[in-house]
Design a protein around this ligand. Structure first.
Ligand SMILES: NC(=O)C1=CN([C@@H]2O[C@H](COP(=O)(O)OP(=O)(O)OC[C@H]3O[C@@H](n4cnc5c(N)ncnc54)[C@H](O)[C@@H]3O)[C@@H](O)[C@H]2O)[C@@H](O)CC1
Ligand SMILES: [K+]
Length: 215
């Protein structure tokens, strides 16, 4: 079985890659988005109407970058944004700026989420730190109530990536593209149920210095 890591490990490996190795955070975010996008195409989802449901952490930034990759291929995509964009992480603010450049529509109507053919779940990843309530919970309940396919980025939102427990309410995804390594919580019964098919994406973040042999 491939390696699975904890939240603390994911955060440590990310920080090491950015601060010590020197790969910019935006590069990792772009690789995360590309991996998610490629899995989305390979898994053959109905991309007639895609809605990216994003919050303002870096998980949201990954999703907003996926929206742009879809938009430049002329796919009908919109973004349902949760939280205050002024408080978004630096990378996510940059992704929002890029999304505005490409004139990706933003919606605040949950009916657009309900009527999507495929939903990208970019609300919370390994940064989830408490029970999901309010507008965040309403969005997750809407996602789970639709017939749309649902693709989660890194972790199904609402799942604690260490324990696999549902913190209030959590997305039930058809597939999850998780970054660098699988997460220990996604190997639990509840985690597996919420994650669906798990794709592990190589985004350039490793547990230790990494050079592959091509022999
Ligand atoms: N750090 C990095 O360089 C990378 C991060 N990546 C992505 O970024 C994610 C981690 O990003 P973040 O650390 O910004 O965390 P998240 O985007 O997972 O979420 C953290 C944000 O949500 C808020 N929050 C937590 N629980 C909440 C709740 N119950 N209700 C409302 N708000 C809540 C926090 O206050 C914080 O603002 C990963 O899962 C992955 O998807 C990838 O882009 C790859 C590289
Ligand atoms: K997510």
């Amino acid at each position: 079985m491939s390696k699975a890591i904890t939240i603390a490990q994911a955060q440590r490996y990310d920080a090491h890659t950015i601060d010590t190795v020197g790969i910019p955070s935006m590069v990792l975010m772009e690789r995360a988005a590309l991996a998610t996008f490629n899995n989305l195409l390979n898994d053959d989802y109905d991309l007639n109407r895609v809605v990216v449901v994003a919050a303002t952490g870096n998980n949201g930034g990954d999703g907003i970058a996926v929206a742009r990759l879809l938009k430049i291929r002329n796919i009908d995509v919109s973004i349902y944004l949760l939280g205050n964009p002024d408080k978004a992480t630096e990378q996510t603010q940059q992704q929002l700026k890029i999304a505005r450049y490409y004139q990706i529509p933003f919606t605040s109507d949950l009916n657009d989420v309900i009527n999507a053919t495929t939903i990208i779940d970019a609300i919370f990843g390994v940064g989830l730190s408490r029970d999901v309530t309010g507008d965040f919970a309403a969005a997750i309940n809407a996602i789970n109530a639709t017939d749309a396919s649902t693709v989660a980025i890194d972790v199904p939102s609402g799942i604690n990536a260490d324990s696999g427990a549902t913190l209030g309410v959590a997305v039930v995804a058809d597939s999850t593209t998780t970054m660098a390594y699988n997460k220990v919580g996604l190997l639990t019964v509840n985690g597996k149920h919420h994650a669906g098919t798990v794709h592990v994406a190589d985004i350039g973040v490793y547990a230790q210095d990494h050079v592959e042999s091509i022999k």
